[in-house]
Design a binder for this molecule. Sequence first.
Ligand code: ZN
Length: 435
Amino acid sequence: MSGPVEHADDLCAFIDACPSPFHVCAHVGRLLDAAGFTRLSETDTWPREPGRHYVVRGGSLVAWASDTEGGPATPFRIIGAHTDSPNLRVKQHPDLTRAGWQLVALEPYGGAWLNSWLDRDLGLSGRVSVRTRDGADDRLIRIDEPVLRVPQLAIHLSADRNGVELDPQQHLNGIWAVGASGSSFRDVVAGLADVAAAAVLGWELMTHDLTGSRRVGAAKDMISAPRLDNQGTCYAGACALLDAAGGSSGSIPVLALFDHEEVGSLSARGAASDLLVSVLERVSLGRGADRQDYLRALAGSLCASGDMAHATHPNYPDRHEPAHHIAANGGPVLKVHQNLRYATDAAGAAAFALACEQADVPLQRYMHRADLPCGSTIGPITAGRTGVTTVDVGAPQLAMHSARELMGAADPAMYVAALTAFLAPDSPAAATART
Ligand code: ZN
């Protein structure tokens, strides 16, 4: 059983291993492989007998442990999260030469805080599709060297010393070399993928901050890291599934990690796709279910949609709902929004409150200020797509969508404990009744 420091350090290592959604899936896949899970292909016929399996669809992954007691209508306990984070991504024709510098053309993905990407040593990672004898194949690539830099304008050249407006088309290109480097961006990518430049047929490539994730502060009770939103939940969810697998809770634990949340989730692998429902149906069918059994299983299921939450910011306390203080190292967060930017209803809230009780961790309840627009997450989409009672939860952090984010070092362990209890409830009947 890992303690708070171990979980904090493990989360840092997880994040540093996962610069892109594709690397999240590969890394979680390795953790699952080591725990006896087997990867299945969606194009294959799946085994009839229950077991521990996962599928990967691009930057999304669904894993489950169906080797649990129960009949064909056994319900699911699902943890959802997203694998993507806002960042700067490489355009299709990236080579630019301007004012004696060689640039790589970048543009924002999702709601990145653009200022936070300036003056950082940036690496490069993602997926490349390359020509093969039979068609095309995917390769993961990553460069953990500082190959790119987006330099800020000197303050002396700015009309406004409080900061400059950043135009996403003009001001975010990465410097790659002084003068002409002699090799195109495609050449470098081809070298990394070990193919000829002409064999590079497509890419989804992005930058990442190279500063390592670590515990910080006078008492080292905080974590400084990129992509806490939402690899903080990918990590906690993976730990929870590994802990809950093989239990006798009467439900099938499922981990669903989706790409594309930061751009609305509507894609072939986002939360708005058929990925989760098609996997759940195939898992039920593998347990001998017919359509009625499958719908019964869904009706009894619960989903905790995990995404990071806003801790109360000490420099901007006025931006927070005053009666809903959220403390770092204060435990998991239940998120409620009257207008359903979060999916939480009373039944879902009860299920997560019971999980926190079972895990013996405190529960914090978040509401957004009524006079500020609230971001959303995969919870409402998953609830609408599956009809499964869904609760939006998270762990507290500051600086969401910055290239560097901050959270309490004690929170990952409490988040893992709560999600584990959610997947493996002591008394599953307590919170699955529909009214
Ligand atoms: Zn998020």
